[in-house]
Every structure is written in structure tokens, then in C-alpha cells.
Ligand binder design. Structure first.
Ligand SMILES: *[C@@H]1O[C@H](CO)[C@@H](O)[C@H](O)[C@H]1NC(C)=O
Ligand SMILES: *[C@@H]1O[C@H](CO)[C@@H](O)[C@H](O)[C@H]1NC(C)=O
Ligand SMILES: *[C@@H]1O[C@H](CO)[C@@H](O)[C@H](O)[C@H]1NC(C)=O
Ligand SMILES: *[C@@H]1O[C@H](CO)[C@@H](O)[C@H](O)[C@H]1NC(C)=O
Length: 466
């Protein structure tokens, strides 16, 4: 009897752990999923909203006040996470006007970016509402056995306080983490530019911020430009001190180039960076709407014969792919060239519904992976082949579990994807009893095996000629 009970117990445990291991979507593995985000701040787990001036909460918050030095508008010197004088005392209210200054409003925390570096998974939460404790966070992959681990502010809440809002990060091969801090508290109807948008870089070896480069006014043509600084791509050959960063501007349609060596930036514009109006109607997560986002993602190949890489890019509102040489992007004077417009190329059509946030090139296979919001999917294309719909393979597709894939990144031979159901958050209401946010990972070779993405053109030509 005793052993029988033990036996059943062991079976139950095995069943539970094997269930955890087998959550899959296509050839992707689900790594984490959340109904709502929680935070681990110096061992204090934030599980519910923290609104007000209850003494207890104040004590817990003391280690991590988020103070914006140049936030002198409206509220004077008040720390922006301090509650207003007459704020209510409890967590029952959901009136947005009383959310001002709140430290943590769980529902408002929607993750956007994901990136693995070593044993850490970096997760960004842009400040598009009140109540986001930290915009840059991480999960330690070594000790996160839960399906829904708490996020930890990076490097800690005290230092993370200097960041206003970050959409996506990118690590480089020199052990640095790059991002754009938009400087914007992007509250609907009440946006506030708290600091100049800037490129920020952390050294991942010692977790120190090593650069904050505020963009020049000539980089930021309009007041709403910071809303669209959604992604950054880093370009390095051998010399870590000679890095370039390419930042997309999807709102006012440009690419901002930063040279680390010259500590200077400039801006390129081109018609291909604009959205395509015939791709503007979307239906995602049960919501129908029209968007007008331009250039969203840039990904780089290995260096070509001329020493420069091909930068593939696409607007979010588009089903087409374009390219330009990094020789063009790195050359600030080239804009005055008479033939500047002809230096950008049209690559091809990806197919109906293929509107994509991020994409990334995997060097060894020559394959580009796309996070497709229009089809709730992740797809691939082998860049050695013509780009047309029949050369695109769908690797995972699900209306619920791959709703709005908001970030996609290739680290080593792994593809990492975040899906966050964003349009339902924006236009309706997330069901907090259901899983809303997912992180997936897949091995490149397993993902593309047996698909149209797996055979490079050189191989096909080799076969044809032999
Ligand atoms: C809170 O105080 C401000 C000014 O001190 C006032 O304008 C506002 O109406 C007050 N709100 C509530 C809910 O009492
Ligand atoms: C907040 O709660 C305290 C008791 O915990 C109470 O004395 C105080 O009146 C409350 N303040 C407001 C604004 O509701
Ligand atoms: C929360 O505060 C509001 C207004 O101060 C009050 O009407 C409500 O009953 C309170 N709820 C709880 C659970 O204390
Ligand atoms: C780079 O430029 C920015 C602003 O243009 C300046 O604040 C910063 O000190 C410069 N950094 C270095 C290392 O020269």
C-alpha cells in the first residue's frame, strides 16, 4: 500500500514535469508564459498593484525610487512614483486618472522585447501606461523553473530608474547590451517626454552603463518621433570600439545611424522606409484596425565582397522586403548623391498577411526568420533564393498563442520569440485568467529541416550542374 502511494506520487510528478517539457508550438518550445507579469525586486515579489501611501508599501519601495532628474514639469520635484497627495489608499480603483504616480499596476505591464545573452533573458516593458516598475528586466535562466517567473529589474531597480522606456534590446559580440531609451512616458492622451531619446549601452560583464548618447535634434525631426524608435541593430566587424548602430524611426520614416568611434549620429530617409497603405488593415487578436508604421526592423548579413553587409529591412505595414548596403548607411554624405535613391533595393514579396515586426538573419544557414503579426506566425526565408511567397515557410502559427509576435532574435543557433497579444491590450481588454504573454525558443536547424528554407541556392545550383 505504502509503495503504491509512493508509486502514484512518482507518476504524478513525472507526468507534471513531462507536461511542462512538452509545451510546443510548431517546432518551437514554450519557455515561459504569463497571464500577468510579476516582479522580484530585491526579494520582494510584486504580485499585486501598489498604489498608495500605506506605510508598509513605502518602506518596500524605498530601495528603488524611480527618479527622473529632469522631470520638473507639472508635479515639481515630486518623485514620479510617489502617489499624488490625494490618491486613494487601496487597490480597488482602476480609474486611469488615479494611476498617476503608481509604482505597480499589474495589468499595465505588457512585455515587448526578449533577448537571451548567456544565462540571462532580457525582457523589456515599455512605459506606455502608468505603473511599470522597471522598463529593462531580466530572468536568470539557471534558476527559473517556474512557467511564469518574476522579472528582475536590470541591473537593479536603483540603476534601472535612469531609463524611461525601452522597446527592444540587442547584445553585441563584445558583451554589450544596446537599446534606445525613448525618454517618453507614452501615456495615451498624456504623453510626457521626460528626457532626450538616447542610445544606452550596458557592459554585460560588470552590469555598468557605459554609454548614454542623446540624439541630436536633427535626428529627431518631430515631437512624435520618439514613439517610433522601436528597434536597434548593431554592426561590428573586428574592432569593438568601431561599432555602428542603426535605429529605426517608424513614425517619421527614417534610419538614424550612430558611430561609436566618432560619437556622432546622422539620419537617412528614403521612400522604402514608408508604410504601404494597401497593407494597413489588420485583424489581430479579434481586433480590426488600421496602422501606418514605417521601417521597423533591420537585419545584417555577413560582410560581402566590398567589406559591407547587406541590411535587409521592412516597414511593419508592408508585405515586402527591401535592402541597402551598410556602406550606404555608414556614409553620412551620401544623401547628397544624385543617385542616392537608387542605392536601395526592392527584394521581393513575402505574401498576403505577412506584416512583420522583427526579423533576423542567421549567418550559418543564410536564413532570415520573421515575426509575423498579420498571420500570428513565425516564418523563414532562405536568402539564397528569390523572395516570393512560395519560398517562405511557416514554422509556427496560432491565433491565440502566437498573437502579435513582438520580438524575434537569433542567439547562437536559437531563435527566441515573444508574443504579447498587444492589440487586445490596446483596443479591448486582456483576459487576465488566460495566458497572454509567451516566450518561445527553437533550434535553427530543427526549425528549417524539411522546409523550403533549408537548402541554400549554392547547393541547388550544385545539384543542377552535377
Ligand atoms: C486631487 O488634488 C488636485 C489638486 O491638488 C485636484 O485638482 C483634484 O481634483 C484632486 N482629485 C481628487 C480625486 O480629489
Ligand atoms: C488610508 O488608510 C488609512 C488607514 O490605513 C486611513 O486612516 C486613511 O484615512 C486612508 N486615506 C485615504 C485617502 O483614504
Ligand atoms: C477603496 O477606496 C475607495 C475610495 O476611497 C472606497 O470607496 C472603497 O470602498 C475602498 N475599497 C476597499 C476595498 O477598501
Ligand atoms: C558623445 O556625445 C555626447 C553628445 O553629443 C556627449 O554628451 C558625450 O559626452 C560624448 N561622449 C564622448 C565619449 O565623447
Amino acid at each position: 500500500m505504502f509503495f503504491k502511494i509512493i508509486y502514484i506520487f512518482v507518476i504524478l510528478i513525472l507526468t507534471k514535469s513531462s507536461l511542462q517539457q512538452t509545451r510546443r508550438l510548431g517546432k518551437f518550445r514554450e519557455i515561459f508564459a504569463w497571464k500577468q507579469l510579476t516582479y522580484n525586486i530585491n526579494g520582494n515579489i510584486l504580485l499585486q498593484d501598489r498604489f498608495g501611501d500605506i506605510e508598509d508599501n513605502r518602506k518596500k519601495r524605498e530601495t528603488g525610487k524611480i527618479v527622473f532628474e529632469n522631470d520638473k514639469s507639472e508635479s515639481g520635484d515630486r518623485d514620479w512614483n510617489e502617489p499624488p497627495q490625494n490618491a486613494t489608499n487601496n487597490t480597488s480603483t482602476t480609474d486611469p486618472s488615479s494611476e498617476v504616480g503608481s509604482f505597480f499596476i499589474q495589468y499595465n505591464n505588457v512585455p515587448m522585447g526578449v533577448e537571451r545573452f548567456g544565462e540571462r533573458l532580457f525582457i523589456t516593458v515599455p512605459r506606455r501606461r502608468y505603473g511599470i516598475p522597471s522598463t529593462l528586466n531580466y530572468i536568470d535562466l539557471k534558476d527559473s523553473k517556474s512557467r511564469s517567473p518574476a522579472l528582475r529589474p536590470y541591473p537593479d531597480l536603483w540603476q534601472a530608474r535612469s531609463l524611461t522606456s525601452v522597446y527592444r534590446t540587442r547584445a553585441d559580440k563584445c558583451g554589450r547590451l544596446w537599446m534606445v531609451d525613448t525618454g517618453l512616458l507614452e501615456i495615451p492622451d498624456n504623453p510626457r517626454q521626460l528626457q532626450t531619446p538616447a542610445i544606452v549601452v550596458f557592459d554585460l560583464k560588470n552590469d555598468k552603463q557605459i554609454l548614454r548618447y542623446p540624439f541630436k535634434s536633427s535626428d529627431i525631426p518631430a515631437a512624435n518621433t520618439p514613439t517610433g524608435l522601436a528597434s536597434i541593430t548593431v554592426d561590428i566587424d573586428e574592432d569593438c570600439s568601431d561599432a555602428y548602430a542603426y535605429v529605426v524611426d517608424l513614425t517619421t520614416f527614417g534610419i538614424i545611424v550612430y558611430s561609436l568611434k566618432h560619437n556622432d549620429s546622422w539620419r537617412h530617409t528614403h521612400a522604402y522606409l514608408h508604410f504601404n497603405p494597401t497593407a494597413a488593415n489588420l485583424n489581430i487578436a479579434g481586433e480590426s484596425f488600421q496602422w501606418s508604421d514605417g521601417v521597423f526592423s533591420i537585419t545584417l548579413t555577413e560582410p560581402q565582397a566590398d567589406g559591407c553587409r547587406t541590411a535587409y529591412f521592412h516597414p511593419l505595414i508592408s508585405t515586402e522586403e527591401f535592402s541597402v548596403s551598410t556602406c550606404v548607411l555608414k556614409n553620412r554624405a551620401i544623401r547628397s548623391n544624385r543617385n542616392y535613391f537608387s542605392l536601395y533595393s526592392y527584394v521581393g514579396k513575402r505574401g498576403e498577411g505577412s506584416q512583420s515586426t522583427m526579423h533576423e538573419y542567421h549567418q550559418k544557414s543564410g536564413t532570415i526568420f520573421f515575426a509575423e503579426i498579420g498571420r500570428d506566425a513565425v516564418s523563414c526565408w532562405n536568402s539564397g533564393k528569390m523572395l516570393n511567397p512560395s519560398n517562405i515557410a511557416m514554422l509556427a502559427q496560432d491565433r491565440q498563442r502566437m498573437s502579435y509576435p513582438s520580438d524575434l532574435h537569433v542567439t547562437d543557433d536559437e531563435v527566441w520569440v515573444m508574443a504579447n497579444t498587444l492589440p487586445r491590450f490596446g483596443y479591448s481588454r486582456l483576459d487576465t485568467n488566460e495566458f497572454n504573454f509567451y516566450i518561445y525558443s527553437g533550434n535553427v536547424n530543427e526549425l528549417i529541416a524539411g522546409t523550403v528554407c533549408s537548402a541554400p541556392r549554392t547547393y541547388l545550383e550544385f545539384k543542377k550542374n552535377n
